[in-house]
Design a protein around this ligand. Structure first.
Ligand code: HEM
Length: 202
């Protein structure tokens, strides 16, 4: 029972309670490019989230704070460029259809989560970058000062940076849901869904 539907969401019968899906029905795996982009950006994103929270703990008005905030900005801009490349690639390549044994609500939940992850991945570096341009500190990109294109407006900076911080918490929650769902497929259901995004063994 395999579907090669061109639609993202499939609607064939799903296994009932107590039934197990056959991993062979999980359908096509993701392509090599999709797998590389997924793990490269996923791991970098988690590291950058953790780094942001570590930086926010460093006492203000110290040289260490300035140094690490700038490193956070530089890495964040680099990651932002990678995220835009990933988004461009995703918009021009259709992912494999979801396995038909997944229930409709599960397919919708996965679809919504994936969309939200893209929105937040783009929002994070954009808000951080735009906020920094309304501050006299601007951005020192790996030591090279980029003069801010906006005026020094602390209220605007605070507002945009506040949105950057709120988005960080929302992103952490959505990533946690995504990881929990992935672990459920990999360890409990063992239905082959996780293997689709895992590097192939051969
Ligand atoms: C995907 C990319 C990014 C992620 C995941 C991220 C994440 C974070 C996190 C978790 C925090 C700490 C929030 C808190 O205080 O609770 C933070 C703070 C901050 N981020 Fe980002 N960030 C990203 C990109 C950027 C970029 C591109 C810039 C600027 C060019 C930037 C500028 C800042 C600034 C100025 C702060 C506040 C630092 C401070 O407390 O002084 N971020 N970020």
């Amino acid at each position: 029972m395999n579907t090669s539907s061109t639609h993202h969401i499939t609607t064939s019968p799903s296994p009932g309670d107590g039934e197990f899906a056959n991993p062979r029905d999980a359908g096509e795996p993701y392509t090599r490019t999709a797998i590389v982009l997924h793990w490269l950006i996923g791991i970098a994103l988690l590291a950058q989230l953790a780094f942001g929270w570590i930086v926010s703990e460093i006492p203000r008005h110290t040289p260490a704070r300035g140094y690490y905030v700038n490193l956070h900005k530089s890495v964040g801009i680099t990651l932002g460029v990678l995220i835009l490349l990933r988004l461009a690639w995703r918009l021009t390549h259709r992912p494999p259809a979801m396995p038909s044994f997944m229930q409709k609500w599960q397919q919708l939940a996965a679809f919504a989560t994936h969309r939200l992850l893209y929105v937040l991945m783009v929002a994070m570096p954009t808000l951080g970058y735009v906020a920094s341009n309304f501050s006299k500190h601007g951005v020192k990109f790996f030591g090279h000062p980029l003069s801010p294109w906006g005026p020094d407006l602390p209220v605007v900076y605070k507002l945009l940076n506040g949105a950057h911080i709120v988005c960080a918490y929302v992103l952490a929650v959505v990533i946690a849901l995504h990881v929990l769902a992935a672990l459920q497929h990999a360890l409990i259901k063992r239905d082959g869904v996780f293997s689709r995004i895992w590097p192939p063994r051969n």
